[in-house]
Design a protein around this ligand. Structure first.
Ligand SMILES: O=C(O)CCC(=O)C(=O)O
Length: 313
């Protein structure tokens, strides 16, 4: 996330720490999905200068360490590599292209087939004219116009992952495709997703849990506005913030554990709806598309009583 020019970053001594991520038991993914993650920590910046993101590096290694649930509870997020297959992310890329084609004429935000198209403006601010016809920032409720996205939001693996972090009877509430187009795609200010949901949904999150997911359709990293989180910010609940998408919201949340999570296509991050997150602009020549899905919990479904035996009563 390019929230500060590199020249403002103060060189610091670095110490390393290592975190391990293991899929929760019962989560059926091949052994190749187990991974060792090495996290390079940089101490937080002081005197109002925003901390630079530490970038997560992955390598193969030991199959021990915190589960997805433990990391979710502790940090507010967990990475699941190779969450969907190449065939699936390629189908989603095509779906994203098909949706984008329908908005190829747009110079202002609009709804098409129930999906809400937000155009990419020069500043990133909403309500301004698109940088060019058909330049798109995101498509919310993309599942209304795309079977592939609709299938993903009901996918068993998605629901299982959400359940695995403590959400009871998960219900989908939002999906979107963030397009972050090459060279013109602007960033997302630090924010918590709960600010954008109705009070009833916030209530459900408090009672039954909630979890959001991003799934990368392209490589996303520090050169193209990769996904960043402020680890640990989920623990203190909702914070008041403005959401001007041409701004960065620097200083609103605790940035001392800012982490950029490099994602390969098909990788997912599951995160708490109170976790502050965001990303920088895409200044690269490569696309950086991701699908976001939001879920809230509901009362546990109690199994129905078996019907009475018509003979014995
Ligand atoms: O696309 C991104 O990098 C950020 C996504 C995000 O924060 C959101 O959609 O709420």
């Amino acid at each position: 996330m390019i929230f500060e020019p590199p020249t403002l970053q103060i060189p610091r001594s670095r110490s390393d720490d290592t975190a391990f991520i293991l899929h929760p038991s019962g989560f059926s993914l091949p052994p190749s999905n187990f991974c060792l993650l090495r996290v390079t920590f940089r101490p937080p910046a002081r005197n109002g200068v925003m901390a630079q993101s530490r970038v997560m590096k992955s390598s193969s290694g030991t199959l021990s360490g915190p589960t997805v649930r433990e990391r979710f509870d502790r940090d507010g997020w967990a990475l699941v590599q190779r969450f969907i297959t190449p065939r699936e992310f390629e189908a989603l890329r095509r779906a994203s292209d098909d949706l984008a084609r329908k908005g190829a004429h747009l110079t202002a935000d609009a709804e098409i087939d129930g999906a809400r198209y937000q155009v990419q403006t020069a500043s990133g601010r909403r309500g301004e004219t698109a940088i060019a016809p058909g330049a798109l920032r995101k498509i919310t409720f993309a599942s209304s116009g795309s079977v592939e996205v609709a299938l993903l939001r009901n996918d068993r693996r998605v629901l299982k992952l959400v359940e695995s972090v403590g959400v009871t009877s998960p219900r989908w509430i939002v999906d979107q495709i963030n397009l972050k187009a090459p060279r013109v795609g602007t960033g997302f200010p630090w924010h918590q997703d709960t600010a954008f949901v109705a009070w009833q949904q916030r209530d459900a999150i408090a009672k039954f849990g909630g979890a959001n997911l991003v799934i990368a359709l392209d490589r996303a990293d520090d050169v193209n506005g990769g996904f960043e989180v402020l680890s640990g910010t989920h623990v203190n609940g909702a914070v008041d913030f403005d959401y001007d998408t041409s701004d960065t919201n620097a200083g609103v949340f605790d940035e001392s554990r800012r982490t950029l999570i490099p994602l390969d296509p098909g990788d997912a991050v599951v995160f708490h709806p109170h976790l502050a997150h965001g990303s920088g602009p895409n200044l690269s020549p490569l696309p950086r598309r991701l699908v976001a899905l939001w879920f809230i919990g509901a009362p546990a479904i109690t199994p129905r009583r078996p019907p009475r035996d018509p003979v014995t009563g």
